[in-house]
Every structure is written in C-alpha cells, then in structure tokens.
Design a protein around this ligand. Structure first.
Ligand SMILES: C[S@@+](CC[C@H](N)C(=O)[O-])C[C@H]1O[C@@H](n2cnc3c(N)ncnc32)[C@H](O)[C@@H]1O
Length: 330
C-alpha cells in the first residue's frame, strides 16, 4: 500500500478531485484565512509569509488560498511563499499545470523523478499580482524517508528558517501506519513551524467511516488482521474509487494527544470541526447546511477537551496550535 503509487494513479484521473461538488469547504477556507491572519499579527516583518502544506496533493485547499492571497491579505503588503510537499509527483504536476493554465503562473524548470528514493525540490512556479509575489516550491517526498529527512528538506526549501504556517488538509499523517510514526511526523510539522506561528492538521476523525472502523476493530480483536497494518482502534483499509485497497487511520482522542504533546506554555491549542458526517456534497447548499451545523457544534464544545462522543459527531477536525491567543471570531 505505497501511498505514492496509490495517489499517482488517483491523480491521473478526475475521480479523486471531483468526488464532491464543493472542492474547498467553507470551514477549510475560513480556518486557513484565520490561521494566516493570526500568524501575520504575531510575526510582523517585511519578508514573505511562508506556508508549508504537508500532503498538498493537487493543492485543493492551498491553491485557492494562494491565488486569492494578494486580495485577502492586501493590507499586509507581504509576498507569499508556499512549500508544497507530497509523495505523489502526479499530484504536484497537476497542481503546477493548473496554476499555469488557469491562473497565469510562470513555471520554472520543474524536474520530477517519479520513483526517487530521496525527497528533492522539483522546482517552482510564481506570479506577480498587483505588486504581490506569490511563489510555490514543489517538493517531491519519498515515504521511505523518516521525519528527520523531511524536516531537513523542508527547512532547506525555506532558506533554513522555520515557516510561519504549516497545514495538512485531509492529512497525509492518516496514511502512516503506526502511532509512533504518526507522532514523529506530527512533531516534525511542529518543529518546522515558528513557535509564534500556526500549525493546522486536519485529518478525519471518528465520525468518518464508522462501519469500517467497527469491522476492522472486530477483525483485529479476533486475530484476523494478520499481515495488515491494523494495530489499534481507527485503523482501517478502505477501497478507493479505483478499487485500490488503502490504509487510513481515523483519529479519535489520539489527535488531541498529538497536539498537546507539541504545545508549549504560551501557545494555544484547540480542535475545530471542519466537516460533519454527511454524504459527499452534491451542491453548495448541502455544504452550507453542514457548515451551519458544524458552527453550532464548534460553539457548543468551545475550547473544552473533546469527549469520545464529540469525535463521533464529526467527520473531519482541525487540530490547531497557535502562537497567538485566538481572535474573537475563532
Ligand atoms: C487524502 S489526500 C489529501 C490531499 C490534499 N491535501 C487534499 O486535501 O485534497 C492525502 C495526500 O497525502 C499524500 N501522502 C500520503 N502519504 C504521504 C507521506 N508519507 N508524505 C507526504 N504525503 C503523503 C498523498 O499523496 C495525498 O496527496
């Protein structure tokens, strides 16, 4: 179940990206704008805003954000540098093509080595928009490498300084078997991020795939999961739209444990629902209905620690660590 092979194939077609009528959820866009807004208040300066997206895929959330950045954050008067990291060269290529064809980005020499055993910087894309420069550096990773190697690669891609904002949408961390491995990558995401900046990791949680979770827990307890990476509650094998078997860890209270472990005194940590467990959205109206209910959920739980039942009421959650106190709207 090599993720590179699975996602290279998924990104060849449109099935993965077109599974929902709504490409970027309102809650994702709002959470990202708020995180960047907080980072701008706590990390003033002249240099570019720097954002690292781990498991960027085709840039589903990040590209919409970066295209609008010059207008959304016009007052900040700063450039934007995105570091787009993924193990799928196919996803990165597709994203680069879309930035060039749909948004006029200039592509430098992008050189991909699809089967590389070490991660490398493939090249970048950029454009000027109303005096703001937006650039995207594409980093092709190899899942054979541990978190230390990825950390070095990302810091090198960012001139050896930590980034202001790290995101991971539909997080790649969920595709890593083994609680220890996930913890080491979560720590790495924290370590490449300026402590005054923002870390936002959004994986699926207990309300996603409930039947499959039950199925695989029963199999594990009956000793029938031999040879498969099914080690704890939340570990599942699911079928993709291309009939590939893929591993995913659906998070529960272990998401909070990962976040708490990387939160220092003076930083703020909380969970936020990003999607409630409905079917894939067939229209913006369905997504908006989900968004309305999830805002009520977020208000109800506030900043308290989520119970196991809270996780079951949510499909995707963002684990957020912020270097600045949350703003009133958060
Ligand atoms: C569910 S997709 C999410 C993609 C994108 N962030 C989005 O929201 O649409 C998970 C992504 O994680 C990537 N991935 C899987 N394992 C990875 C790893 N070890 N390191 C980096 N990316 C990985 C996959 O290639 C895929 O693009």
């Amino acid at each position: 179940m090599e993720q590179r092979a699975i996602y290279d194939l998924r990104y060849c077609g449109d099935g993965y990206d077109a599974r929902s009528a709504v490409r970027v959820l309102t809650a994702e866009a709002v959470a990202l704008d708020r995180a960047v807004g907080r980072a701008l208040s706590s990390l003033s300066g002249q240099g570019p805003v720097t954002l690292f997206d781990f498991g960027y895929g085709t840039g589903r959330v990040t590209n919409e954000f970066l295209v609008e950045f010059p207008r959304t954050f016009a007052d900040a008067g700063r450039d934007l540098r995105v570091i787009a990291y993924d193990v799928s060269a196919q996803g990165l290529r597709k994203a680069a093509r879309s930035l060039a064809d749909d948004h006029g980005f200039h592509l430098g020499d992008l050189v991909f080595s699809d089967a590389a055993v070490e991660g490398y910087v493939a090249g970048s894309a950029g454009r000027e928009d109303g005096g703001t420069r937006v650039s995207v550096t594409f980093v092709h990773g190899s899942e054979g490498e541990g978190s230390d190697a990825v950390q070095k690669l990302i810091l090198r891609a960012n001139d050896d300084v930590p980034v202001m904002v790290t995101t991971s949408w539909y997080s790649a961390i969920a595709h890593m078997p083994g609680a220890e491995v996930r913890a080491s990558f979560f720590r790495m995401l924290s370590e490449v991020t300026d402590p005054r900046g923002e870390l936002l990791v959004a994986p699926s949680v207990s309300g996603d795939l409930p039947e499959l979770q039950e199925f695989w827990t029963k199999k594990r307890l009956a000793g029938e999961a031999g040879g498969l990476p099914i080690e704890m509650d939340g570990d599942v094998i699911y079928r993709t739209e291309l009939e590939q078997d893929n591993y995913c860890h659906v998070f529960g209270p272990d998401l909070w444990e990962l976040l708490e472990a990387v939160t220092q005194p003076g930083q703020h940590a909380w969970l936020e629902a990003i999607r409630l467990p409905d079917e894939e959205f067939r229209s913006r109206a369905e997504e908006q209905d989900n968004y309305r209910r999830l805002r009520a959920f977020n208000q109800e739980v506030g900043r308290r620690r989520w119970t196991a039942d809270d996780y079951r009421r949510v499909h995707t959650a963002a684990a957020i660590r912020s270097g600045s106190p949350a703003a009133a709207g958060d």
